[in-house]
Design a protein around this ligand. Structure first.
Ligand code: TRP
Length: 450
């Protein structure tokens, strides 16, 4: 089977793909809006600490298991287990991961569809066809359904082309484009009147809030979602890595790109809010808190773009195009999880697996759209707030307690002969064994009461 498996052709290809998975709506929408509603700089600070100290070690756990097994999470977790009980739990964890990944994609595709609709709206308005395009930015069943399906088709199209021809090729094209566009947008927004006030809010932490449990829970959730942890996404990408690759290093690059882009998106979104305020747009709600989440992206920012005339249309197009790119390189990584399992465990052909699973996820997504009020928030909460941290915790337990230390070391040595003498090897095994499960557990239990 090993000969027929896909593999990333280069280190650059892997980093773009894994960073593409990590960088998504979570970074460009989630992180800045969470920061906006959780005290700006205070959130940034906690986020940085948690991302390096917890999310990076957990990412490494996934990459190492995946690369060692060169297979999907279900097989991989069974492979590193010794007894029948841990084998069973391993298989179940893998299956749970692929189900959660599918549900995450089902809501992600809806939001991504909105981004596409807003992007097309800006283009049409620019071409003076704004009247006919108005429905694109109005919340309706038809619009939601059409754009969710379009987005799913794009995702399915890329994944059907396989690891190198699909994932690696598209991530390698889209990620550099995303970074360039983001930098240009940030530079532009920072020149506008009012931006400096936003910058202050973003960069000066209110230390009084740093220890607030709700802030810590939000920051951890944000970091885990952002690095695509728990559901086997990074595990499967790791499984397509060559044995010669130095894992702690490439994992570090991916983490840096992910965090870097989240932080940079903060430089775009938070100053933009204060520019909007400067232009007379309301950015605080009745309770006195900064407007965040969907109202921010789909109301405050479009209102801001409207006050900027023709330039605003360009900026709006660029912004929503950026969002769409970020979303596609993430959604493909979610779809790859159940697809790889179906190919490897059930002998399915890629094309067939992609279309069937893509179809099922589209149907789930449509069900959410038809019952939006009831299901949308619920699915997000169940997957990202509860399932993801719990699964990430289980993966750390597998690496820290079930897999033997020698096996772990041998795997790391494949790409770095001297790994034994590195800081990473001295700290990390204990870290995933004790610190990660403990802290994730404590924060998780806390969030149950939250
Ligand atoms: N990390 C992506 C983002 O920030 C989303 C994502 C991709 C994801 N794959 C995932 C989230 C797997 C959770 C699990 O938007």
């Amino acid at each position: 089977m090993a000969a027929t498996r896909g593999e990333f052709s280069s280190r650059f290809g892997f980093i773009m793909a894994a960073a593409g998975s990590a960088v998504g709506l979570g970074n460009i929408w989630g992180f800045p809006t969470q920061a906006a509603s959780n005290g700006g700089g205070a959130f940034l600070l906690v986020y940085l600490v948690l991302a390096f100290c917890l999310a990076y070690p957990a990412l490494m756990a996934e990459l190492i298991i995946g690369r060692h097994a060169h297979s999907n999470a279900v097989q991989a977790l069974q492979l590193i287990s010794r007894g029948p009980i841990s084998k069973f739990i391993g298989g179940a964890t893998g299956i749970a991961g692929l189900i959660v990944a599918s549900f995450i994609l089902s809501f992600y595709a809806i939001v991504s569809g909105w981004m596409m609709a807003f992007c097309i709206n800006a283009a049409l308005t620019f071409l003076d066809m704004g009247e006919s395009a108005a429905w694109l930015v109005e919340f309706s069943l038809t619009r939601n359904l059409i754009f969710m399906c379009l987005f799913m088709l794009m995702t399915i199209g890329i994944i059907s082309q396989g690891v190198q021809g699909g994932i690696e090729r598209w991530s390698g094209r889209l990620m550099p484009m995303l970074i360039i566009m983001l930098v240009i947008l940030v530079m532009y927004v920072l020149t506008l009147e009012g931006a400096m006030e936003g910058l202050k809010v973003y960069l000066l932490p209110d230390f009084g809030r740093v220890m607030s449990p709700s802030l810590i829970i939000a920051a951890l959730g944000s970091a885990f979602f952002s690095l695509s942890l728990g559901v086997g996404t990074m595990l499967i990408y790791g499984s397509y890595l060559k044995d010669e690759e130095n894992l702690p290093l490439v994992g570090g690059y991916v983490t840096l790109v992910d965090i870097g882009i989240a932080v940079m998106a903060g430089f775009l979104i938070i100053p933009a809010m204060y520019v909007a305020q400067h232009n007379g747009i309301q950015i605080f709600n009745e309770a006195g808190a900064l407007i965040s989440e969907d109202t921010l992206i789909f109301t405050v920012l479009p209102n801001l773009f409207n006050t900027m005339g023709t330039t605003g249309l360009l900026v709006s197009f660029a912004f929503f195009f950026l969002m769409t790119i970020a979303a596609v390189t993430s959604s493909i990584s979610m779809l790859e999880v159940p697809v790889a399992y179906t190919i490897e465990n059930h002998g399915a052909e890629r094309q067939k697996a992609v279309w069937i699973i893509g179809g099922v996820i589209t149907a789930i997504s449509a069900t959410i759209i038809f019952n939006f009020e009831m299901l949308f928030g619920l699915v997000i909460e169940l997957t990202t707030r509860y399932s993801q941290p719990l699964l990430a915790l289980l993966l750390c337990v597998f690496v820290g307690w079930i897999w033997n230390r020698e096996g772990l070391l041998q795997e790391l040595k494949k790409g770095n002969k001297d790994v034994e003498s590195t800081f990473f090897w001295k700290i990390w095994p204990w870290y995933v064994r004790l610190v990660c499960p403990l802290i994730i557990g404590v924060i998780f239990v806390n969030s149950l009461w939250g």
